[in-house]
Unconditional design. Structure first.
Length: 121
């Protein structure tokens, strides 16, 4: 089993992403190819979970578009990720905040961690 993990790690390029977890509000810059053109689309939302390890690690981002919740599952080692910037560090007690899906309005707010300075400010 160790041999498989070692080969996976050698084959996958690791992105230099900031450390983030569940409850953090992030802006994901994602490369999209349309025909022979390539553009970068930004997706801002709250990280609901990080799952897996090594080459198969993924994270889920949720945002509200109008009154509809949109979730995106993205591999951490995806070559289509241009950058990730952290807007707010959320103070949550769980690693997977699926209860956030049912929340709307004021109950959908996540407390911000103290002593965090954003890179975009």
């Amino acid at each position: 089993m160790d041999l498989v993990k070692q080969i996976e790690n050698e084959l996958v390029e690791s992105n230099n992403l900031p450390k983030f977890g569940a409850g953090d509000t992030v802006i994901l810059s994602y490369k999209i190819k349309e025909g022979n053109k390539e553009r970068i689309q930004q997706f801002q939302g709250v990280v609901i979970q990080r799952r897996g390890s090594g080459a198969t690690e993924t994270f889920t981002i949720r945002k509200m578009s109008g009154n509809i919740g949109v979730e995106r599952i993205i591999p951490v080692n995806s070559p289509f990720i241009d950058s990730i910037s952290i807007i707010k560090r959320g103070s949550v007690r769980r690693a997977r905040i699926f209860y956030f899906r049912e929340r709307t309005g004021k109950s959908a707010r996540i407390r911000e961690k103290k002593n965090f300075t954003s890179a975009t400010k």
